[in-house]
Design a protein around this ligand. Structure first.
Ligand SMILES: CC(C)(COP(=O)(O)OP(=O)(O)OC[C@H]1O[C@@H](n2cnc3c(N)ncnc32)[C@H](O)[C@@H]1OP(=O)(O)O)[C@@H](O)C(=O)NCCC(=O)NCCS
Length: 174
């Protein structure tokens, strides 16, 4: 059976999320720019919605890859987050989020950050469950899927190394 014929199969387009926020004074630091943590929260929410649109299950954040804020976002700016599912695995999915700032006065936009997150679908008992496959429609979909597979290999290796370090530290402490 083709991916498209499998139960619940969807295109990345079907999971798309556009979330628009404004940076209020409570979202900012003393220098007048947004807290990185607030942007990370919005990223997590946008990515989770994309994954839920894909699988229609409960999802938990398994990981968020390194976040690099390329430009500050000033208090008062509009922030647009565009998210979609890039790739699906067995019980997990990678969502990509592109974050742009927009001046409410001039409309000038800047690409501030791109983020990649992995979510795991779970049943009501918190057990991982399989997610529907992704139907890749366009060249762009195929490129994103390939890139996501490469990132997954690196990410799982990092997670494994971190887990081992943590276990070793715990044993040392007794
Ligand atoms: C994420 C979590 C469910 C994985 O549990 P686990 O016992 O490792 O489960 P499994 O080994 O069956 O893995 C389930 C899936 O998670 C993926 N996964 C596990 N750790 C991961 C990580 N660090 N990054 C990306 N994916 C990860 C596995 O690759 C697997 O995906 P696949 O089925 O598509 O191959 C578990 O670690 C957890 O509950 N973490 C806390 C999540 C949470 O509360 N997040 C909110 C912030 S605190």
């Amino acid at each position: 059976m083709t991916e498209a014929g499998k139960a619940g199969a969807k295109t990345p387009r079907a999971s798309r999320v556009v979330m628009t926020e404004t940076v209020l004074p409570g979202d900012g630091n003393v220098l007048g720019s947004a807290f990185g943590g607030r942007i990370a929260q919005w990223i997590d929410v946008a990515a989770a919605i994309a994954c839920q649109r894909h699988c229609r299950q409960r999802v938990v954040t398994a990981s968020m890859d390194d976040l690099h804020f390329l430009k500050p976002i000033r208090v008062g700016m509009i922030v647009e987050l565009r998210a979609q599912v890039n790739a699906t695995f067995r019980t997990s999915m990678e969502a990509g989020v592109r974050i742009e700032s927009e001046s409410p006065l001039t409309g000038e936009r800047a690409h501030v950050c791109s983020a990649y997150l992995t979510f795991v679908a779970q049943d009501e008992h918190g057990r991982p469950v399989e997610v529907p496959p992704l139907v890749l429609e366009t060249e762009e979909d195929r490129r994103r899927d390939q890139d996501a597979k490469r990132r997954r290999a690196v990410r799982l290796e990092h997670a494994r190394a971190k887990r081992e370090r943590l276990l070793a530290e715990t044993k040392e402490r007794g």
